[in-house]
Design a protein around this ligand. Structure first.
Ligand code: FRU
Length: 535
């Protein structure tokens, strides 16, 4: 998705034109010129349609907002190396969430410290007073991480600052009176996420502080008042809490509104390393309280995970997506702190997940999130094969010949009559790389194994053991939606209530997909394999 020209120009500020033009002429392109010796290697593992930085290191998505036809994505970025270092905010924009254009860096570290993760909102009513009188200011709030204090073993390493833009997010000014929140004596104190609480006409901010989420309020995005703490005695605590998100959602079936708290942590994920959990409850303007039905289920599950795969971290949602659009859009960093800095790419590191639409659903007495690939993906479907009512007593095998490829692909299917079967999918190539995944319904467990899916020797932690996820549904039928890129798979099971996202590094693209079962009587009611085509 590199160097895509944004076609929607009607609402484009002149400045965006200039910045895009400047980005396209940057020296960056030289590194990937087709005849460059590095090119093949650096593009070998680069995804076809997941966002990656043109060059160097990337981690968390930051400051995502939608305004005037553009989705903005900022990201933790170190432009001088392919490993983590002094953090900047990289910047990219898109009109469709799939074709991204990387723009010049938005925020640079300074004397005060590195620019860690945070969020951004469009301040339509100019509550901050930071407008230039022409456009609403966009206000970003982020953590200032002072490496000098860190190296001196001081506690007050992290404070919160704001920056603002009066040209729709293209250029940014750090606020002169930073920090806007001082450190209260907590070493890990970061990743502010701001949301508009329309019911109480206030800005609410949640940040992560070691083993809890802290809530604050403000009228003007500059003066913040502490409200409450949440989480020390609930949910997963295998590591430090980071990168929260907090927002109201309406349950479609019942029309009620609940608040969702998303909370990443590292380590402590269900399959090792970093992962993201969530809570559903009520917010009275001061305190977040889990819903009793949700809490009862949480006591059994120990945690609700937004994704059980090893590669979806620090994910948060876009602010400012019009309500009429009716959706909450989420994106995560598609890696894991256990091995992110060792993955075998040479000139860039890390991709984002596919943007996803979140829905809040009520199941019995509890609530849960369901995730689906963004609907825009459908617009990029080209070649497809579709099969109906396939009895899986003999294996189903699809081999790419003239049909859809398997590295730029969406696959949807429904299985019926699963009983106690284990249904195993295998993706493989002629080089002997195999990725296997599926459902063991006797154990009610989903699994994915990438130990033989290509390069794994760059980190002991990478291949590890098979990653698993519990199956909560007791149904004999299963719906599966898979999004496959060159080096990643995102699997949405049971209406997107269980998700597994994993990356892998095969020597060549996968060419064959097989589906086998170990009992008779399982049927694939409908299988659709769609090739996706981007500009
Ligand atoms: C999460 C995180 C954040 C922090 C950022 C630094 O991956 O550790 O808590 O702000 O990365 O890059």
């Amino acid at each position: 998705m590199k160097n895509t020209v944004i076609t929607k120009t009607a609402a484009l500020p002149v400045l965006l034109f200039l910045l895009i033009a400047c980005g396209q002429n940057s020296g960056k392109k030289e590194a990937s010129a087709p005849d460059s010796p590095v090119a093949g290697e650096e593009e070998h593992y680069r995804p076809n349609f997941h966002f990656t930085p043109e060059e160097k290191w990337m981690n968390d998505p930051n400051g995502m907002f939608y305004y005037n036809g553009y989705y903005h994505l900022f990201f933790q970025h170190y432009p001088d190396s392919t490993v983590w270092g002094p953090m900047h905010w990289g910047h990219a924009v898109s009109t469709d969430l799939l074709n991204w254009k990387e723009l010049p860096i938005a925020l640079y570290p300074g004397e005060e410290g590195y620019i860690f993760s945070g969020s951004a909102v469009v301040d339509h009513d100019n509550t901050s007073g930071l407008s230039d009188g022409r456009t609403p200011p966009v206000v970003a709030m982020y953590t200032i991480h002072d490496p000098k204090k860190r190296d001196n073993d001081q506690i007050d390493v992290e404070t919160q600052g704001i920056a603002y833009s009066t040209d729709e997010g293209m250029t940014w000014t750090k606020y002169a009176n930073n920090p806007v929140i001082e450190n209260p004596g907590i070493r890990d104190f970061r990743d502010p996420k701001v949301v508009r609480d329309t019911l109480r006409n206030q800005w609410v901010m949640v940040l992560a502080a070691q083993d809890r989420a802290k809530f604050y309020r403000s009228d003007n995005l500059k003066d913040w008042e502490f409200l409450s703490d949440f989480g020390t005695d609930t949910g997963a605590h295998g590591g430090v809490w980071e990168c929260p998100d907090f927002f109201p959602m309406t349950v479609e079936e019942t029309g009620e509104t609940k608040w969702v708290l998303i909370q990443s942590l590292n380590p402590g994920g269900p399959n090792g390393g970093s992962a993201t959990q969530y809570f559903v409850g009520d917010f009275d303007g001061t305190t977040f309280t889990p819903d009793p039905g949700f809490e009862a289920e949480l006591n059994k599950r120990k945690a609700f995970w937004i994704d059980y795969g090893r590669d979806n971290y620090a994910g948060v949602t876009w602010s400012g997506v019009p309500d009429s659009n009716g959706r909450k859009l989420f994106i995560g960093w598609m890696s894991n702190w256990e091995y992110a800095q060792q993955v075998p790419t040479t000139t860039w590191r890390s991709a984002m997940t596919l943007p996803r639409e979140l829905q809040l659903i009520k199941s019995g007495t509890t609530y849960q999130l369901s995730s689906r690939p963004i609907r825009e993906l459908k617009d990029f479907r080209t070649k497809a094969i579709k099969k109906q009512d396939i009895a899986l007593d003999s294996p189903f095998v699809y081999h790419t010949e003239d049909g859809p490829v398997l590295n730029n692909t969406e696959i949807a299917l429904n299985l019926k009559g699963i009983g106690k079967s284990t249904c195993t999918f295998r993706l493989y190539n002629a080089k002997g790389d195999t990725l296997s995944f599926g459902l063991n319904n006797a154990k009610r467990e989903f699994f994915i194994n990438r130990a033989k899916a290509g390069q794994t020797d760059f980190s002991e932690k990478f291949a590890g053991k098979t990653a698993v996820a519990p199956r909560f549904s007791t149904s004999d039928a299963l719906d599966i939606h898979i999004v496959l890129d060159k080096t990643s798979i995102e699997i949405f099971y049971d209406n997107g209530t269980v998700v597994m996202t994993e990356i892998f590094f095969p020597e060549a693209p996968f060419e064959t997909l097989s589906l086998t079962t170990d009992t008779s009587g399982v049927t694939a009611k409908a299988i659709a394999i769609h090739e996706l085509k981007f500009n």
